[in-house]
Design a protein around this ligand. Sequence first.
Ligand code: NAD
Ligand code: ISE
Length: 340
Amino acid sequence: MTVRVGVIGAGWIGQDHIRRLTETVTGAQVTAVTDIDAARSQEAAAQVGAEVFADGGELIAADDVDAVLVTSWGPTHAEHVLSAIASGKPVFCEKPLATTAEDCLKIMEAEMAHGRRLVQVGFMRRYDAGYRQMKQVISSGRIGEPLMVHCAHRNPSVPESYTTDMAALDTAVHEIDVLRWLLDDEIVSAQVVLPRATSKRYEHLRDPQIMLYETVKGIRIDLEVFVNCQYGYDIQCETVGEHGLVRLPDPAAVDVRTTGQRSTEVLTDWVGRFVHAFDTEFREWIANLATGNEPTGPSAWDGYAATVVSNATVEARKSGRIVLTDMKPRPAFYATRDIA
Ligand code: NAD
Ligand code: ISE
């Protein structure tokens, strides 16, 4: 069965996912597109022969839309995800699931009332081969009980519209999700330490930031978010256990030797760094839907947990205090439902 997908938001990642669903993933067809920028939705739809809809509500209700992809701005996600659930249609929502914990809880309640998982959140790092290998090593017990995790999330630069809060809400949120998954643990507190600010930033932005987290098991995480590092897009993660450590591999790159120099390319954006993860994420999502199964990727609960922790991180930076995360107990509905 071909899964007919309607896309809400045809911006940067929306267009990339439309291309992915059309050219890379088998069993999917983009049949509908909407964007508040009419020219953008016309152009994106024309490229794949999809129909243009006036808004998310009309697109979700359309007969030839079996599943919904939400790639609009974060504050609009909750409305679209809730209306997809109300229509009983599976919905893939790019991160964040919603910008507030309250909206995430509403989504979970609606999904539980429906009785089956419909929601998957776009935390694609769980599909990255390196992170998957790290998870296998940690779960196998080879490095013993994890004690500490050292991470860095570096972007070469960000546009002027990027705000200081986005370091947590938009950027660190990926580590927050992948570390909960890698460690099979929940984050209980957040703290932010601010090093000397780089001169290579817009004046309004505090960059870099060091985020410190503690988990239920007492694991300590330090995460450097540095979004104007200049030199490339660089994701680092090292988990130290009681008798060993495991480190995220750098993406494969050839070793070039020339005129007295040895060099290796450093990637410059997340599109290239995680292309295979995005492809796998969508292949698995479509394969599950095509066979009538529930999605198995990051759930609404994961979206909720990530939003609670990223919001606590913002509060920690603003207050200068250690902020305890105020997470509700995980409902039984979500206990066995996040496999990826
Ligand atoms: P973007 O600004 O390039 O695109 C967003 C598009 O949504 C715009 O075209 C805008 O006009 C449209 N839009 C906004 N509100 C809408 C609404 N209510 N209905 C229809 N269209 C609407 O942004 P982007 O970089 O593509 O990011 C989109 C989402 O994807 C964000 O939530 C972002 O956090 C997420 N994202 C995820 C990753 C990842 O690595 N997983 C990477 C980049 C972006
Ligand atoms: C961006 O929105 C993403 O989601 C990327 O994956 C991340 O690396 C980047 O820092 C964010 O701004």
